[in-house]
Design a protein around this ligand. Structure first.
Ligand code: NI
Length: 185
């Protein structure tokens, strides 16, 4: 084998290894199948009537899930209104979709607080709260960012920073956008 051939083979080997490393990094960052981050997962929370609710309760129905907090002055009410408009536009099919609001501010969003808040948007809207640990877990499963705002408002009137996404989950509890992408690819 000539030196030139050896150099070429070593070069190809390193090129392939580099490509494999890049693919591995992208697959890892994407969280697996199809490079799409997996969203959703099991949860155990409490609804506005004080009843324990888990993700399993909603199997067989589509769910539309929004994470926010009742003290939110603008973003949350707007998103929840959008959700209800979308639901209304489905007509009779809306019966197959369960709208859900999950608080990221369980310290203030008690069961009683949710009980007065969710009916303002829709009679079927379910509000879910829980312990700090339960909310941390469900927010992590849905990749929701939230934190107490460092803004000018302090004390009991604090604001929360949070991501604002309406998740549509299929009857099996899978993030629907992800499923559509899997079907297409
Ligand atoms: Ni908000």
């Amino acid at each position: 084998m000539t030196d030139r051939k050896l150099t070429m083979i070593v070069g190809i080997f390193f090129a392939v290894a580099a490509l494999a490393a890049i693919v591995a990094v992208y697959a890892w960052r994407g969280g697996g199948a199809g490079g799409i981050a997996s969203i959703g997962g099991p949860f155990a929370l409490v609804d506005q009537d004080g009843r324990g609710r888990t993700d399993a309760d909603f199997r067989g129905r589509y769910t539309m899930i929004y994470f926010g907090y009742t003290f939110c002055p603008d973003v949350c009410p707007t998103a929840l209104s959008d959700m209800i408009v979308a639901l209304d536009e489905l007509g009779p099919l809306a019966a197959r979709v369960q709208p859900i609001f999950i608080t990221i501010d369980p310290a203030r969003d008690t069961v009683e607080k949710l009980k007065t808040y969710v009916p303002n948007f829709h009679p079927r809207l379910i509000g879910l709260s829980g312990s700090e640990a339960q909310i941390t877990a469900v927010a992590k499963a849905y990749r929701v960012y939230y934190a107490k705002s460092e803004g000018p408002k302090a004390g009991a009137d604090y604001l929360m920073d949070h991501s604002s996404v309406i998740y549509l989950m299929d009857p099996g509890g899978r993030y629907l956008t992800q499923r559509l992408r899997d079907l297409i690819s």
